[in-house]
Design a protein around this ligand. Structure first.
Ligand SMILES: Cc1cc2nc3c(=O)[nH]c(=O)nc-3n(C[C@H](O)[C@H](O)[C@H](O)COP(=O)(O)OP(=O)(O)OC[C@H]3O[C@@H](n4cnc5c(N)ncnc54)[C@H](O)[C@@H]3O)c2cc1C
Length: 402
């Protein structure tokens, strides 16, 4: 019998799962009323994320900015009178490899993935799912326009506020989410990303350039005691301190990002009999960098492999693979996250980047997602930058066993 799947959500995870399944002849219905649309996001697509989807699309298929440098600034420590502009060279810039990172609008990137899925044979049902019932082999899906559908397999790819997760597992708690908020600044661009780590609340500010605007934002844990409006006003101040000028208008945005602790990751429920959670709906986001697109695509690949494998243990196979290939490294990130945003570390980072080429290389790979947390400590030690590397290791891992 033909494999049939209902995929709720056509962001990167849902569209990519739909592409892979439809290409192998499965009957795929992809539910999402939102396209074409922008999604609040930096839009940073790492080389490793592009590699996952390379059989269907390349960076040439949608407008991108190729990022040449990542600049780490410390404007809070400098004070406003010495305020740098990114163009004037303040902070520490690191050169990124040619294929490390592109930035795209999510309207363009997600639209290209969705088009690939539809070309492969997936059917887009442009309606919001509002009710789910049934069980493996016979799920019932009801849409907001009254449509009734059934499917043997159910894939929840519906993002951080996932309805599928809320219905079949449980919603993320506030302490499991970050608030990410800021502005799209239209009419200016660059080939540099700018990042500033902050300690209160722990998190960071960023500017990611798309072809015709900058996505400027801030993220911090949702239970840190600072609301979205206060965070956004910090972004306004930061825009002034960093010296971004020349934009024609700003457009505000806010959206949650799953940001789980080590303990949350260790007990993560991503799949049961017949249903699968992908990407943000599964909680698969790096809790330090907040990179999520790569994990969204990777989890889509694993779910498609499990479903196409046809085993009666497909949902266990998926959960096992997510645990070993994704979650184990994200647990390591979660463990050092608190130390990463301490003032001691962010000062050390900016000065180490100015002083040391080997440390710049490690950081460039961390930004590109090619440096795992598993080998980070070992790689820092191997730089032979004995003094700096040792201070890095001590500030990130002191008190932890590994
Ligand atoms: C401000 C911000 C900046 C970020 N920056 C980056 C970055 O630079 N790089 C990076 O890798 N990651 C970044 N992330 C994380 C990244 O955006 C997510 O990890 C990624 O979008 C997850 O993809 P997804 O397919 O799982 O979910 P989503 O992209 O959230 O897609 C979910 C889809 O489900 C649909 N949907 C929701 N509910 C329903 C329903 N009931 N019925 C039908 N459809 C539904 C929505 O319309 C949406 O299209 C950022 C996140 C934020 C908030």
């Amino acid at each position: 019998m033909k494999l049939d799947a209902a995929i709720i959500g056509a962001g990167p995870s849902g569209a990519w799962a739909a592409y892979l399944l439809a290409q192998q002849g499965a009957r795929v219905r992809l539910f999402d009323p939102s396209h074409p649309r922008e999604k609040p996001c930096g839009g940073g697509v790492t080389g490793r994320a592009l590699a996952v989807v390379s059989r269907a699309l390349s960076a040439a298929d949608f407008p991108t900015v190729r990022i040449r440098t990542a600049r780490f600034v410390d404007t809070a420590a400098r004070g406003e009178d010495t305020a740098p502009t990114s163009e004037s060279g303040h902070g520490s810039a690191i050169l990124l490899a040619a294929d490390a990172l592109v930035v795209a609008s999510r309207a363009a990137f997600d639209g290209a993935l969705l088009a690939a899925a539809c070309r492969a044979g997936a059917e887009l049902v442009a309606a919001r799912v509002r009710q789910l019932g049934g069980h493996a082999g016979a799920f019932q899906i009801e849409t907001a326009d009254g449509g009734q559908h059934t499917a043997s397999h159910l894939v929840g790819a519906d993002g951080a506020n996932s309805f599928v997760r809320r219905t079949l597992a449980s919603a993320f708690r506030r302490d499991q989410l970050s608030i990410a908020t800021g502005f799209f600044a239209h009419g200016i661009t660059s080939d540099e990303i700018v990042i500033e780590l902050m300690c209160d609340p722990p998190g960071y500010l960023w500017s990611f350039p798309r072809p015709d605007h900058l996505a400027i934002g801030i993220c911090a844990q949702a239970d840190a005691g600072v609301d979205a409006a206060a965070l956004r006003s910090r972004v306004r101040d930061w825009i002034g301190r960093v010296g971004f000028t020349g934009y024609s208008r700003v457009e505000p945005y806010s959206w949650p990002i799953p940001s789980l602790s080590g303990a949350d990751f260790e007990t993560l429920d991503v799949s049961r009999e017949g249903w699968y959670l992908l990407g943000d709906a599964a909680g698969l986001v790096d809790p330090i960098t907040r990179e999520g697109i790569y994990f969204a695509l990777q989890s889509a690949q694993y779910a498609a492999d499990a479903l196409l494998g046809g085993s009666t243990r497909a949902s266990h196979d998926y959960a096992d693979r997510v645990r070993t290939e994704i979650v184990e490294d994200l647990v390591r990130a979660a463990r050092i996250k608190a130390a990463f945003f301490r003032p001691r570390f962010s000062r050390l980072l900016v000065s180490a980047l100015a002083e040391s080429e080997p440390i710049r290389e490690v950081m460039a790979d961390l930004v590109a997602g090619t440096q795992s947390y598993r080998t980070l400590r070992w790689r820092l030690a191997k730089t032979m930058e004995v003094g700096v590397a040792w201070r890095f290791v001590r500030s990130l891992w002191s008190g932890l066993d590994r």
